[in-house]
Design a protein around this ligand. Structure first.
Ligand SMILES: [Mg+2]
Length: 487
């Protein structure tokens, strides 16, 4: 499938690696090797990793960006893979972690990526659902999942790199690559094993067909940067002072960013003070959301939320363990009379957990994560299930590069699946390290037009933040973090 690219005069940058697909048939694009962060070792058939790069860690702990009740001092990190081909085409992919343990994910990603080496892009892209099944079917690796945890985070880096490669080959942004698919092609990207009881491929095709007629209008919204409304978490990290929070709320309001999320789950009195200050600054006519990052038990969540009723949050995010489907259902039932929703997803390990959350009526907002799930394919499965169960998608974007992914997911969900606008989290920490960082304008995301999946780090950023040998991590400041308290 190689539909013609839409015009590229709608703004956005010109991708360095734009690829003219007419020069090389897709069946001749062969993945010959890959670069990953981690230690070197010989690969099959005596190939060796041609370039060594360590995992990337960005010191967000320095200014408490990303701090929340469960994760007080994260250094947002990326497991990064580049799939090299026998042409000048390269596919870039990441998974997201928050520091220590990123090396485990790079080790997982390296093993999974070996399954791609020697294949052509043509055979991999011909049936993406089968390709995804193939990637999760190394029985020995599967034992340390299956389809969850570190091995799944490693998988997502590989799958995301493959979609990036495909998008660059077709010279299309990922959201457009998917939007140009027929319903049957879209559905063929999904491994339906374990979700047939929630949605069948036939139902999914029918659902997508109902959206076909009105799709053109939504693509028009994408072209005019009116498809994906943004909210920001950047003012509400738990480690920020009240003064910094107020300053950030006001600076966001000044540029049209008027929807906010605040971290809670620390000391209750501190939380109430912060939420009241935020509410008073934002006003009661604007959207405010809360996020507890899993710190509460189910009864605690219900009890603590009593303290926030007067501040009228739209939802409480991750009120308890991400594995507790019935616990979320109980919290949702308790909060429903107060008009407060329950949201979760950034730690939902696979499509099976999302299926059960939806079947149990446990969530009001479905927060898919581009890296926690096994890359684009599994996200598509969850988008379809959420639509069937009439639950809006509000993707999770915390991470350096994650928002660059979720902008595509929110766009393709709106255009192809849901047909309705929903929110997307905006994060811009360390955006200077990315070649194509997300942009917002008047409270909306600016539609990306670079080919592929938008995550590509600048070479100087890789040099600086490669762990532990990059220039930042060998500096006094970097060493202080490495030798500091591990919390
Ligand atoms: Mg969260």
């Amino acid at each position: 499938m190689a539909p013609a690219a839409l015009g590229r005069d709608d703004g956005g940058g010109t991708p360095e690696s734009a690829f003219d697909g007419s020069r090389t048939p897709i069946s001749d694009i062969k993945i010959v090797d890959f670069e990953s962060y981690g230690e070197s070792r010989p690969l099959l058939e005596n190939r060796t990793i041609t370039k060594l790069i360590e995992d990337l860690r960005f010191p967000t702990s320095l200014d408490a960006s990303g701090s929340d009740a469960m994760n007080p001092s994260g250094d947002y990190s990326a497991t990064h893979i580049r799939l090299k081909t026998n042409t000048d085409l390269t596919g870039h992919g990441i998974s997201f972690t928050i520091g220590r343990g990123n090396d485990l994910c790079t080790a997982a990603a390296r093993q999974i990526a070996e399954r791609l080496v020697g294949k052509t892009l043509g055979e991999l892209a011909e049936n993406m659902g089968q390709t995804w099944r193939y990637l999760v079917s190394d029985s020995q690796l599967r034992w340390i999942g299956p389809e969850k945890g570190v091995i799944h985070l490693g998988l997502s880096a590989c799958v995301n790199a493959l979609w990036d490669l495909w998008g660059r080959y077709l010279n299309k942004p990922l959201w457009q690559l998917v939007s140009d698919m027929t319903p049957e092609e879209f559905v063929s990207c999904i491994d339906f094993r374990y979700i047939h009881d929630a949605i069948t491929p036939e139902e999914a095709v029918a659902l997508l067909k109902t959206q076909e007629q009105t799709k053109a209008a939504r693509i028009k919204d994408a072209r005019s940067n009116q498809a994906v409304p943004a909210y920001t978490t950047q003012a509400g990290w738990l480690g920020f002072t009240d003064e910094k929070m107020i300053e950030l709320i006001n600076s966001n309001l000044a540029v049209g960013m008027d929807k906010f999320k605040l971290k809670v789950g620390g000391n209750l009195e501190d939380d109430k003070r912060r939420v009241k200050i935020a509410r008073d600054t934002i006003g009661y006519d604007r959207m405010l959301m809360l996020d507890a990052n899993q710190v509460w038990s189910v009864p605690e969540a219900i009890r603590y939320m009593d303290s926030f009723l007067e501040f009228k949050p739209l939802f409480i995010e991750e009120p308890t363990s991400p594995d507790d489907i019935l616990g979320h259902a109980a919290i949702r039932k308790a909060l429903k009379p107060h008009g407060i929703g329950v949201a979760t997803g950034e730690h939902c390990q696979n499509r099976v957990i999302f299926k059960q959350l939806l079947q149990a009526g446990a969530i009001d907002y479905c927060q898919v994560d581009a890296c926690r799930l096994g890359g684009v394919n599994e996200v598509l499965a969850v988008l379809l299930m959420a639509k069937k169960f009439d639950v809006p998608i509000v993707p999770h974007s915390g991470g350096i590069g994650l928002n660059e992914y979720t902008q595509h997911l929110a766009l393709l969900n709106y255009i192809c699946v849901s047909g309705e606008k929903s929110l997307l989290e905006h994060i811009n920490s360390f955006s200077e390290v990315l070649k194509y960082p997300v942009k917002t304008e008047n409270g909306y995301f600016v539609t990306p037009w670079e080919a592929g999946y938008s995550v590509e780090y600048k070479p100087e950023a890789i040099e600086t933040y490669t762990f532990p040998t990059g220039s930042f991590w060998t500096s006094d400041e970097g060493m202080a973090i490495q030798n500091g308290l591990k919390v």
